[in-house]
Ligand binder design. Structure first.
Ligand code: ADP
Length: 395
């Protein structure tokens, strides 16, 4: 297949995208960027291969512009950007594939309806992922579209890592651990294999620390355990999500403190985590800049929960050889990386302070018994690779 692939990662208030040229079985980044502040004051930034901004557009105060209208604009830009390489397919990040979808799939109406049935499992993400597919289908009905699932990378986890300790009949109905951020972890596994093949075969924890945060235990490049479970709520303290908490606390909030199911959902997904603990912000930069003691406590909880979850994953790996930090916080926040690694000192993990400050590729000290790396993630290229492979196979 030659032509271009557009990767779309559509969220509630932003759409990340990448445009890739294809050829010789490979994809090459041509341009990409982010449409953000949807629902407030949308803004589009496009960067080229060198990272230079090549287009910006602002819709100041246009809070009523829908995802669909903005996607139309984005799709128009993508069609014009590579005039000699027409768009051959669009690949999408779709958060939940349930038990039925364990590999990327060419989307048709029947599949779209099955995926819509999974919206309740990822209410914050899945509806936006699927709305983007529908929007592109309306603009270009004959264009192949591929859904790439965040759950797929974890599909082969050992059985024990997928079970929830509740009556078996619920497990049989799909109430089990799935895991998320799979496109990011798959990218990290491939990047690690390219840069450090000796480490890629070992016991690795990848820490995807963004607004959503999780960790994945990988052995030989495959997921063997992960911190998110049935939904993307479990595991680490996140920007606005609680992470792991006693299910009894949720029952108590609903049964004795008057929260409706919808209010409990809003509390757990949108009002908790760093935002809930600090009462200030879900953005870690704002918390670092604040002298409010609640901001410091929120940061402490984030580091504590990350280190505690990493220690739990060591059980599934039988130890730890390599820890990889990625995503917004993992790639950029040296102080948070240090706070987490410090709490893992008993494993023999230690940082080279200067390398950490510089966000170097390897940030562990020469004496450290755990290799600590920083690898920028790239979910969009992973989507493009899957889309290209699937179409090449079916073409
Ligand atoms: P999302 O899950 O929405 O893709 P990101 O991966 O962009 O999120 O991560 C967002 C988080 O990363 C925010 O808490 C933000 O403060 C943090 N972050 C982004 N850039 C930096 C930076 N340069 N320094 C410190 N933190 C950063």
């Amino acid at each position: 297949m030659t032509g271009a692939i557009l990767s779309i990662n559509s969220g509630s208030s932003s759409i990340k995208f990448g445009l890739f040229e294809t050829g010789d079985g490979h994809v090459q980044y041509a341009a990409g960027g982010k449409l953000e502040k949807i629902g407030i004051s949308p803004r589009l930034d496009v960067r080229d291969r060198a990272g230079d901004v090549i287009a910006t557009r602002e819709w100041v105060g246009k809070a009523d512009l829908t995802h669909e209208t903005l996607l139309e604009d984005l799709f128009g830009w993508a069609q014009e950007h590579l005039p000699h390489r027409p768009i051959a397919a669009v690949g999408h990040r779709v958060v939940h594939g349930g038990t039925g979808f364990t590999a990327p799939v060419l989307v048709d109406e029947a599949i779209l309806q099955q995926l819509e049935g999974l919206c309740a499992l990822a209410p914050l993400h899945q509806p936006h992922n699927l709305a983007a597919i529908r929007a592109i289908a309306r603009l270009a009905p004959c264009l192949p579209q591929v859904a790439c699932f965040d759950t797929a990378f974890h599909a082969a986890m050992p059985d024990v890592a997928t079970r929830l300790p509740i009556p078996r009949k619920y497990g049989e109905q799909g109430i089990r651990r799935y895991g998320f951020h799979g496109l990011s972890y798959e990218y990290i596994a491939q990047a690690l294999q390219e840069a450090h093949p000796a480490l890629a075969g070992g016991r690795v924890i990848a820490a995807h620390l963004g607004n959503g945060a999780s960790m994945c235990a990988m052995h030989g490049g495959r997921s063997v355990d992960t911190t998110m479970g049935f939904t993307a709520l479990d595991g680490l303290v996140m920007g606005t999500r609680s992470g792991a908490l006693d299910p009894g606390a949720v029952l108590h909030l609903v049964q004795h403190m008057g929260l409706s199911a919808a209010e409990a959902e809003a509390l757990l997904y949108r009002e908790s985590g760093l935002l809930g603990l600090s009462g200030l912000s879900s953005d870690i930069r704002t918390l670092h800049a604040s002298d409010d003691p609640h901001a410091a406590q929120a940061l402490e909880s984030f580091a504590w929960s990350a280190a505690r979850q990493a220690a739990g994953l060591c059980v599934s790996l039988g130890g730890l050889d390599t820890l990889v930090f990625t995503a917004g916080i993992g790639e950029n926040d040296a102080a948070m990386r240090a706070a987490i690694v410090d709490r893992l000192g008993w494993l023999g993990a230690a940082l080279d302070e200067d390398a950490n400050r510089r966000h170097a590729a390897v940030i562990s000290s020469a004496q450290s018994q755990v290799n600590v790396l920083v690898i920028p993630t790239d979910e969009e290229v992973m989507i493009a690779r899957h889309t290209q492979r699937l179409l090449a196979g079916s073409g």
